[in-house]
Design a protein around this ligand. Sequence first.
Ligand code: NAD
Ligand code: UFG
Length: 346
Amino acid sequence: MAVLVTGGAGYIGSHTVVELILAGYDVVIVDNLSNSSRESIERIKTITGKTPEFYHADILDRKALREIFAKTEISCCIHFAGLKAVGESVEKPWEYYHNNILGTLTLVDEMRRHGVKNLIFSSSATVYGDQETMPLTEASPLGTCSNPYGFTKAMQEQILRDIQTADREWNVTLLRYFNPIGAHPSGLIGEDPRGIPNNLLPYITQVAVGRLPHLGLFGDDYDTPDGTCIRDYIHVVDLAIGHLMALRRIEEQTEQSALQSAPQLGVYNLGTGNGYSVLEVIAGFTKATGIEIPWVLKPRRSGDLAVSYANADKAWTELGWEATYDIHQMCAHAWNWQSKNPNGYE
Ligand code: NAD
Ligand code: UFG
């Protein structure tokens, strides 16, 4: 039995594939390479000594999915494939709803046709919207998203909840990521955004490597101690291991399912529980690497929340998972990747 990883050539997917292979799983990747490179598959091989089966295919392509399910016995699907750039989603809402929603509907339909009803889904802290009370727990109310990308996550969560309610054979795990950063300690795989990075850490590393002149800091007048926004940054390897732990829980549930009547829907925050401001991240990067990051103050970025950080106790209690890397290790690993690969996978 293999684990199907959609979007497995991407940033979080490739790190998760590494951890799955190292834990002894057979992995099948389906990725259309719209935001990733085949080179990441080669790098996974270098790290693990094993080549995951790779299909260059779109999850909206039923025929391609059918061939994959027909060829391989799949036990569970970890579903990363999706478009994820917040700003782009405002410009191209149709593309985001089409790819993310229809992609998930098509995948889930082909899964059930082939009797595969175990799914782990990449959700996001964005589904909480703007909340007064921190830290965010899984019991925090869901809020209003500030962009089409966020709405696709909230909608996909709802679709998967409803499917699980209608058919209790489904085991569905929704993992709400906070802010994934860093890279594999080998420096062989990491985040390789196309064009100018939207996110803080890739922007900082591209300034550090000389690809960009300075960082624009979006607002210093928020209601936070230093006026800059606070986020819960989490090392991508910790995040990847969170998927492994979620997979193990699903396997236990599948074994015990005959004895259980409780619904098999799990929702977990994957964060560290610590919030860092933008200025603290810049200082943390300098401390970890010795490199000063020039920055200039810019106006607030539309849609940014002042503060967002997790309570991740539930993931610890139910999955036995907790984050292990601190902010300096996250920055050091992000820099290790960027300095070894100044132009990403190119
Ligand atoms: P990524 O863009 O690096 O990975 C996504 C992968 O999916 C890419 O390799 C892309 O080529 C592939 N893909 C997209 N549409 C596809 C389709 N229709 N068919 C097949 N492949 C397709 O992004 P990532 O940062 O690794 O994010 C993975 C998942 O986690 C996404 O669903 C994203 O929304 C979610 N997420 C990411 C973050 C973050 O900050 N990186 C935060 C919360 C949630
Ligand atoms: N920031 C800057 N300059 C930049 C980039 C970011 O000052 O060039 C600031 C932002 O204003 C924000 C903080 O750095 O205060 C973090 O911004 P990111 O873009 O790195 O992360 P976000 O919290 O905005 O968003 C991320 C993902 C979303 C996801 C969300 C919650 O990009 O997909 O986390 O999980 F929805």
